[in-house]
Write a protein that binds this ligand. Structure first.
Ligand code: 0YR
Ligand code: MG
Length: 370
């Protein structure tokens, strides 16, 4: 399957409500920044990374795809996902300017597009190509009800609605003030009862003393995990927090490499691994993280940076990937949108990685990629 053509694209898709906020970001749109790869036989693969829909920085990614990555791929065999991954990751000049960051996000988009092509060539959904389904449905947890920008009242209403819809897990944002977030956590726990899995996500905002104070006070709330309590790269601080609290720690949505995950695992600084194919260099690198997790008997909860279209395939085909985040912002942009019924993802059926955009999304949300 010779690669004949590569073209980048940018879609800006509105989020639920007018805007949402976590402790670090406030956004109105989600950016779907990707690559469309066409092979000699006319098969088309799509892959994308996820951004905060800021056109100037999105265009740095598309420029990297068009001018740095595409020339390395034209004429190559699209089925060689592993060989091409190394070709892109180790191109000397590119690696010099970007071992992580924009070049990795661009690489992610391309790698996902290649996996989409490979699965389409085999006429299999990606989970089938990856070895078949290890579970019939995947437990979803709903994050779209838990934003810091929601009033206390809206937060409780959303949590209740999610439970009524069949979700057995929800996640709420923290990282504003310790007191406010404790009070919101307690209120949500009271509202949903003790049997609902309740996770919290700090998005890297707090320092170690605030995290220690929060965790000490929250130990009776049955917190399923505390996600990104501290700055993304702070391995030793996470290890210190992990030793000080009974609340399990989750992280990974901001990590770029399997080496970064290995460091957290080695320092016993994490319990739940949350790799993201759109942040790391695609499915290829995330599969390495899942192997690492499995070898250490640690569970994986892929981040929903791609709003789950791709990640669902990992949950269906990899035993350590037990739960998956649910955020529906870009769902309706795709030919085969994620399906969550009764709080569980159902397996996608169409060949590929569920990344093919609809013509409607293409014309409605497309922004100039240069
Ligand atoms: C805003 N999930 C997350 C939103 C979410 C972010 O950047 O996308 O809060 O991806 O942390 O776990
Ligand atoms: Mg998060």
């Amino acid at each position: 399957m010779r690669i004949e053509h590569i073209e980048s694209f940018i879609l800006h898709v509105p989020v639920t409500g007018a805007s949402i906020a976590d402790s670090t970001h406030s956004i109105t749109h989600w950016g779907v920044v990707g690559a469309r790869i066409t092979t000699e036989d006319g098969t088309v693969g799509y892959g994308f990374t996820g951004t905060h829909a800021h056109l100037p920085s999105d265009q740095l990614i598309t420029r990297c795809i068009d001018t740095c990555l595409a020339p390395l791929l034209l004429g190559e065999n699209a089925l060689d996902t592993e060989r091409l991954w190394w070709r892109l990751a180790r191109q000397p000049a590119l690696q010099w300017v970007g071992r992580a960051g924009i070049t990795t996000l661009a690489h992610a988009a391309v790698d996902v597009a290649l996996w989409d092509l490979r699965a389409k060539a085999q006429q299999l959904p990606l989970w089938g190509l990856l070895g078949g389904a290890v579970r019939e449905k995947v437990r979803a947890y709903n994050t779209d009800i838990g934003w810091l920008s929601l009033s206390d009242e809206a937060l409780l209403r959303g949590a209740q609605t999610a439970v009524d819809e069949g979700y057995t897990g929800i996640k709420i944002k923290v990282g504003s003030s310790v007191e406010r977030d404790l009070q919101r956590l307690r209120a949500v726990r009271r509202a949903v009862g003790e049997h609902i899995t309740l996770a919290i996500d700090g998005n890297g905002k707090w320092d170690l003393p605030d995290c220690l104070r929060f965790c000490q006070a929250a130990e009776d709330c049955q917190v399923f995990w505390f996600e990104e309590p501290l700055w993304y790269d702070a391995v030793r601080a996470h290890a210190q927090l992990a030793r000080a609290t009974r609340i399990p720690l989750a992280l990974g949505e901001q990590l770029y490499t399997v080496d970064a995950f290995a460091e957290f695992v080695g320092q016993q600084a994490v319990h739940w691994l949350q790799p993201d194919v759109t942040r790391m260099a695609g499915v290829t690198e995330v599969l390495r993280v899942i192997e690492l997790a499995g070898a250490h008997r640690l569970p994986v909860a892929p981040h929903a940076g791609d709003m789950s279209q791709v990640h669902q395939h990992l949950n269906f085909s990899r035993t350590p990937c037990t739960v998956l985040e649910y955020i529906p912002w870009i769902r309706d942009c795709f030919e085969e949108p994620i399906r969550v019924v009764d709080g569980h993802y159902l397996p996608p059926q169409q060949p590929g990685a569920s990344t093919t955009p609809t013509p409607q999304a293409w014309s409605r949300y497309r922004r100039p990629s240069a």
